[in-house]
Design a protein around this ligand. Structure first.
Ligand code: ACM
Length: 494
């Protein structure tokens, strides 16, 4: 199928002829995520050595500078940023009601004009503009032109407000620079949340000044974490810190004996089993600990959410679990954040559906008033192996080829969960088997862009057949950025 919106521009006979001959249909540019509307027009824009980037309001300046930085690297052109109409113009305008992240992009033979109500909308539009240019625009060194874009008009806005990626830095630690690269690649697909799984049985990865023995080996100082938050915010990405509780806490229980019911420190743990650790829900010190951790992490985190995990607490009795979560909720309230948790959590503003066998938890979360982030393990967990032969990754939720990861819809996945219950989608990457950045990239690409598209684009516009054609065009972009992606045999890579 060609894109729906483009199909509308084709006559019935050309469409029939294209299908009958089984030749590639004329399609629009291979954009991911697919915009809400694309209309091809006359003319072709050419980015020439004398081009400038113009802005009409001060708010657009950081986004214009970021665009200039990207384009200068690969074109080698000076591309000055100027305060006037120019060959590429960024405009912050009330204009059409496309929301905080929406934008319009008009390309004619004379000009590229990007308009949005906010700098964030402009930033999302810049990602579209990047994808309209040849793949070599992603290169870190100057390349030969031409740098042309076919004329078109795009109007775009996201389906869901939350389009996240999660990185488990607890099982294996990743440095600030490695996290920045993960952010850089993801924002190209309009991802807007970075969930950091900061603590687990195997490690505690964020400095807590009032409990200094928690983080001792491979961790972010508070300044490191601030730097990640700052870098993400510059790219309109909200960091969601996760402190997993009351289970997945062996690292804390090893660092502080007094957090254990029996007062004895646990041994450090490097294995892969889950469900064996629990904070001691009967001890007051547990809540002083939680208060200190939440206070410090909340103070470092400008975003609205504080994720307290809550998953797989198999060593916490259900009544203790509920009591713990109720107190955790009050602590999170005290520090002005919204509680987020995996779907087991019994309180909080946002619950994250993950276990394909447990849709009832998502339904229960909605019934108590929570919104859902959809991250079904058998679709969106980037650590699942693609095939039996995938070198690393897990397979407890199945083998997840690129098509499996793409071909689902959040609003029809769990019976009883409707579109309006859903805040968005997330692609978690757990790192039990992954300790190098190229391994992260291999598991995330090409599945991450598909999850990002599910979060951004209308379900009625999406099909695997169309998506795999567009995806094929992203291979050369990843090559230009040295991304170690998986060349799925289900995609005709260019
Ligand atoms: C999870 O995969 N335990 C949330």
């Amino acid at each position: 199928m060609p894109h729906r919106r483009l199909a509308a521009l084709m006559t019935a006979s050309t469409l029939a002829a294209a299908c009958a001959a089984d030749v590639p249909e004329p399609t629009g540019p291979p954009l991911i995520p697919l915009p809400a509307s694309v209309r091809m027009t006359e003319g072709t824009f050419s980015l020439d050595p004398g081009a400038r980037i113009g802005l009409r309001s001060a708010g657009a300046a950081p986004v214009a500078e970021e665009l200039a930085r990207l384009l200068r690297r690969s074109t080698g052109y000076p591309l000055p940023v100027v305060r006037q109409e120019a060959e590429i113009t960024l405009e912050e305008s009330g204009g059409r009601d496309l929301g905080r992240e929406g934008y319009t992009l008009d390309v004619t033979s004379d000009q590229v004009r990007l308009a949005a109500a906010t700098p964030e909308g402009l930033f999302r539009g810049v990602q579209t503009l990047r994808q309209l240019l040849p793949a070599k625009v992603e290169s870190a060194t100057p390349q030969q032109g031409p740098w042309t874009i076919a004329g078109l008009t795009i109007e775009d806005r996201p389906r869901f407000a939350y389009r996240g990626v999660m990185l488990d830095v607890a099982r294996h630690f990743f440095t600030v620079e490695q996290v920045k690269r993960y952010i850089d690649l993801a924002v190209g697909y309009k991802v807007n949340h970075l969930h950091l799984h900061l603590t687990d049985d195997q490690g505690w990865r964020i400095e807590i000044k009032s409990w200094p023995r928690l983080a001792t080996d491979g961790f972010y100082t508070q300044d490191d974490y601030r730097e990640i938050v700052r870098y993400a915010a510059e790219r309109f990405v909200t960091v969601v810190p996760e402190i997993d509780t009351p289970g997945h806490t062996n690292a804390a229980l090893a660092a502080y004996a007094e957090l254990n019911c029996d007062g004895r420190a646990r041994e450090p743990y490097k294995g892969r089993e889950v469900g064996f650790s629990s904070l001691c829900t009967d001890k007051e010190i547990t809540y002083r600990f939680l208060d200190d951790v939440v206070r410090e992490v909340a103070a470092l985190t400008p975003g609205p959410y504080l994720h307290l995990g809550g998953d797989e607490a198999d060593s916490t009795a259900p009544e203790d679990y509920e009591r713990f979560v109720a107190r955790a909720q009050r602590i999170v309230d005290t520090y002005g954040k919204q509680l987020m948790g995996w779907a087991e959590i019994t309180s909080g503003a946002v619950a994250q559906h993950w276990d394909p066998r447990a849709g009832d938890r998502a339904v229960a979360a909605v019934a108590r008033g929570a919104k859902l982030v959809m991250s079904p393990a058998d679709r969106s967990y980037l650590d699942m192996k693609y095939t039996r032969d995938t070198e690393y990754g897990l397979d407890w939720a199945g083998l997840v080829e690129v098509g499996d990861s793409y071909a689902w819809d959040p609003a029809t996945l769990v019976e009883g969960v409707r579109e309006e219950d859903i805040l968005g989608v997330e692609a978690p990457l757990w790192t039990e088997t992954l300790d190098r950045p190229d391994e992260l990239e291999y598991m995330a690409y090409p599945r991450l862009p598909g999850i990002a598209e599910i979060g951004w684009s209308a379900a009625s516009d999406r099909s695997w057949e169309d998506y795999r054609e567009r995806l094929a065009a992203h291979g050369p972009r990843w090559e230009a950025q040295s991304v170690a992606f998986y060349r799925s045999p289900d995609v005709a890579w260019r």
